[in-house]
Structures are given as C-alpha cells and as structure tokens.
Ligand binder design. Structure first.
Ligand code: XMP
Length: 529
C-alpha cells in the first residue's frame, strides 16, 4: 500500500542532484508534504498528481550535454508555481528561451550574494548575504519576461524570476544550511507565493495514515514481524492505533539480541500498548542451527532464512490474516529506484523487501512508512508514544550479535558479548547524554553514532590477583557517522574508555583484556563481520 498523498504537496523534480533528498526534507521541515519525482515525468502525468508547486533540483550535468537530464517543457505551462535551484535554474532558462554557458572557473562553496532590485523570492532577506554555490555553467541571458534579482562576483544571474508566471530560480542552493537565508526563501515560496499552509504535522500525518489503514484493512487481520527496531516498532504502533486487536505482532527472539531488548519489546508492546504479541522463544532452535557455522555470510543466510520460516509458522496459525505490515521507508524506495535508473535519484518504483512466502501463502503488503525519511519515522514514533530508547536507538543489524561474535556462535560467547556490550552501551549512552545536555544536539559533532562490543575468536594471557588467566579479549567499536556509508572512529576521552575497560574486566567473567578499534570506514567496515 502506498501512502495516500496529502492534497497539498510539492513535487521535487530530480535531475540527479546530490541534494535532491535534502530539498524534499527542507520542504517537509516547513510542514508541507513533498515528494521526489523523476525529472522527465511527462507534464500530463505530473498534472494528474496535482502538485501545488514544483521545485527543480540541481544536477551534475551541463544542460547542453548529449545525455543531459531534461524536463518536459510543457510543465512550465501548467500554471503551477515553479522554483529551480542550480541545474534547475539553468534548465528553466534554457527551455524558456534564455541561454546558458560555461564560466571560466566555476564557483564552489560560500559566495556573497548581492540583490538587484525587487524580488518576491528574496523578499525579507538582506541586500548582501552568504549563499552556497556549486556550478560550472551559468545563465548568460534570462528568458523573456524574467528579471535578474541577484548576482555574485562570478555569476551575473545568481537569481531570476518572472512573478507574472510564478517562476523563480536561484543558481545557489537554498536547501543547504550554508545558505544563511535559504529556509526563509523556501518559506516565502511555499507560504507567500504558493499560499501553502504548514499543515503537514505529525499529528495530521498520523490521522491520515490511520484513516488509510482502516479503509484498506476493513475487518481483516494484519500480521507484522516485530524486531524491536525503529521501523517495525513504529509500524506496529501505527497499525495498532488504526485497527487495534486486528493486528498481531510476531517477535522472533533468536537469542542474539542485545541485553534487555526482548524485555523492552514485551514492556512496550504487550504492557504499554496492549498489542496482541506472539513472542517466539527460538533461542534453542537458532543455537542448533548455528552450531559449527563460522563464515559470516553463512551465518547471515542461516539467520535470515530461519527468521521467515519461524515467522510464517506462526502467521499461518492465525485465521483471517490478509495483510502483512512492513517498515519499508522512503530511502529504501528511492535507493531501489535510483539503482534501476543509473543514478537519477528519483524513479520511484514500488519496492518490496523480498519476502519468501511459503507455497500457498500470500498476504498483501501494507507499508505505511514508505514515504517517510528516517528522522520523520522517529518523529512519528515519538508522536505515537513509543519510548525514546526505542525510537532513537542506534542501528542494529538483523543477524544481531551473531556477526559480532567472530567464528562460531556459542552460548558461552553470547553471554560474554551481551554483558560486555551492555556495559559499552551504558557508558556511551551516558556520555552521549552528557554531550546532549551540553550542546542541545542529539547527534552533536563528538557524540558517537553507533557503539558496541565485538568478541574475537582468540584468547590472551593476563593476570588477575595472583592468578595467570588465559581468557577472552573484548573489542570496543564506537563510530561517528551519519549514514553508515563512511565512518570514523570516535575520539572518546581516555577517561570514558578507561571506565569501559575496567568495568568489562571487573564485571564480565571470562574477559581479561579490552581493546579499542581505531580504524575508519573505509578501509574497515563498521561491523567486524
Ligand atoms: P558495515 O559493517 O557494512 O555496516 O560498515 C554498515 C551499517 O549496516 C549495519 N549492518 C547490517 N544491518 N544486516 C543489517 O540489518 C546486516 O547483515 C548488517 N551488516 C551491517 C551496521 O550495523 C552498520 O550500521
């Protein structure tokens, strides 16, 4: 099920921009719904979607290149206000009769924008201000009916507009924070120029989603695989609000969750939300399954395949289930589309995480988060009453602690890792909290983003009291990152590292040494397997 689009929305036509998602995010931050649409969408199709405004994103190409992403020029005749950024400005100029050419050196990074005359878009921003530029080409002559409203040293047409046709464009990137008044410009466009009210708030969004789910599900039953992760937890809370006891959550406890996690799932869903919950105690089944498996990919495959087996064993015990709710989120959809279209971050195809339905079993999918970014999913979670510890939890891999135990997973190793990991999290949760209190930012520059313990498959010599020990080391991994694509090791204060080390060797039997992983990604990965 695709989320129903609100009546008022902004279509962001994506020309392969580095900042395409960011534009959609900024618009949503101003409480107007926005969606990313392929740049070459036919005008008729776009008109049928009924956007209240169109934003043309930037893009890496030159408008005159052979394979340059193009726009159907008829979109400029739809009577819908259009705002273009960077490549969006250039394509607007080129398609409406202006000209675009190369500049000598290009213009990259901060620049001083000087306003020229009156401008609706730049109204209530200063005569001189800092903006963020990233371009080689520039508009040489503006189309008929347009006026130049700002320039920089390097760029004579840094902004242009044609108020009678409600068309506006900037060579700089208002969506980037370095453009000091970028938000103000976007707000002016949305509110004053397009007359859009800031009604896209989490409460309204929840009401809309709940109505959609109810209408779709009717009297049927819905099943959901609850992992305790952010996405599946938010879907569970949402679907439960919509259809109450018609939802059953299946929580497969494979035994490789972190300490306290199964209890949190029980506490939140069974006790706080009163959701029908099937808690499958599959620890022993998984222990048998994983015995002897040492290869990381083999462990992943075994755990993943078994998960769906266990899930469907439970799902098929229930009568009247027609729907399976899933926590697919917007980046999953955009990314799967981008791969298919060779880089245009836009072609939005329905994306289904592949679910291995057993023969003769079929449920329709409900994916109510398929148009939300991760931080919006978190905001939904908070608005639905989920605890912060669940909503803001750090990423945790599906195969769980199995890929943090190098080599074979055994009950003894699992117990050590769970205890050591709990100490790492406790200490670094507290460290992050202190930084949060100091800076007011949950992910401040120095707070760590993901942190955990790893158990390598070796032993080393130590001495405790008068006794020689031959026990296990624990590796602490703590990284700073925003998207897990790249990461750096967190420069934790020695004191924090020292506390973690002394607590682990004192409190976790079988451990006599603690090491800290100081490798960035690349060349290492965040996980050890
Ligand atoms: P790496 O180790 O590739 O991890 O740098 C990047 C991010 O992905 C998470 N990760 C996984 N998540 N199943 C998952 O659901 C997996 O098999 C898996 N492997 C890694 C990892 O925790 C990090 O956030």
């Amino acid at each position: 099920m695709a989320t129903k689009r609100p009546e008022q929305f902004v279509a962001v036509l994506d020309f392969g921009a580095q900042y395409g998602q960011l534009i959609a995010r900024r618009v949503r931050d101003l409480h107007v719904y926005s969606e990313i649409v392929p740049c070459d969408v036919p005008a008729e199709e776009l008109a049928a979607m009924g956007p209240s405004a169109i934003i043309l994103s930037g893009g890496p190409a030159s408008v005159y290149a052979d394979d340059a992403p193009d726009v159907d020029p008829a979109i400029f005749d739809l009577g819908i206000p259009v705002l273009g950024f960077c490549y969006g400005l250039q394509i607007m100029a080129a398609r409406l009769g202006g000209t675009v050419g190369h500049t000598e050196k290009g213009e990259y990074g901060p620049a001083t924008l000087i306003r020229d005359g009156d401008s609706q878009l730049l109204a209530s921003t200063p005569a001189a201000q800092t903006v963020w530029m990233s371009h080689r080409d520039a508009v040489k002559t503006v189309p008929e009916g347009f006026v130049v409203t700002a320039h920089t040293d390097v760029c004579p047409v840094a902004a242009m507009e044609c108020p009678s046709r409600r068309m506006y464009a900037t060579q700089f990137h208002p969506e980037v924070r370095h453009t000091t008044f970028g938000d103000k410009m976007l707000k002016t466009f949305l509110a004053s120029i397009c007359g859009l009210a800031p009604t896209w708030t989490m409460d309204n969004v929840i009401d809309g989603l709940v109505d959609d789910i109810r209408a779709r599900v009717g009297k049927s039953r819905v099943i959901l695989a609850l992992s305790g992760g952010v996405d599946s937890s938010v879907v569970a809370a949402l679907v439960h609000r919509a259809v109450g006891d018609q939802l059953t959550c299946v929580f497969v406890n494979h035994g490789m969750l972190r300490k306290g996690e199964p209890e949190l799932v029980e506490q939140v869903f069974r006790h706080q939300f009163d959701v029908p919950l099937v808690h499958v105690q599959a620890q022993e089944r998984y222990a048998r399954l994983l015995a002897g498996a040492t290869d990381p990919e083999q462990k992943r495959a075994l755990i993943g395949t078994e998960f769906w087996k266990v899930f469907f064993e439970e799902a098929t015990k229930l009568d009247g289930v027609e729907y399976l709710a899933q926590g697919t989120i917007y980046p999953d959809i955009i990314e799967s589309g981008a791969r298919k279209t060779g880089g245009k971050a836009s072609t939005i195809k329905s994306h289904h995480n592949l679910i291995p339905f057993p023969d003769g079993v079929r449920f329709d999918l409900i994916e109510p988060l398929d148009h939300f970014f991760k931080d919006e999913v978190r905001a939904l979670g908070v608005a639905l009453g989920l605890p912060e510890s669940m909503v803001y939890r750090q990423p945790f891999p599906g195969p769980g602690l199995a890929i943090r135990i190098i080599g074979e997973v055994t009950p003894e190793k699992l117990e050590i890792l769970k205890d050591a990991d709990a100490i790492v999290r406790e200490e670094l949760d507290a460290y992050n909290q202190r930084l949060f209190e100091e800076t007011g930012q949950r992910n401040s520059e120095h707070s760590c983003w993901q942190y955990f313990a790893v158990l390598p498959d070796i032993r080393s010599v130590g001495v405790m009291g008068d006794e020689r020990t031959y026990a296990r080391p624990v590796i602490v991994r703590a990284v700073e990152s925003s998207d897990a694509m790249t990461a750096d090791w967190a420069k934790l204060p020695y004191e924090v590292l020292g506390n973690i080390s002394s607590r682990i060797v004192a409190e976790v039997p079988g451990v006599n040494r603690v090491a800290y992983d100081i490798t960035p990604k690349p060349p290492a990965t965040i996980e050890w397997e």
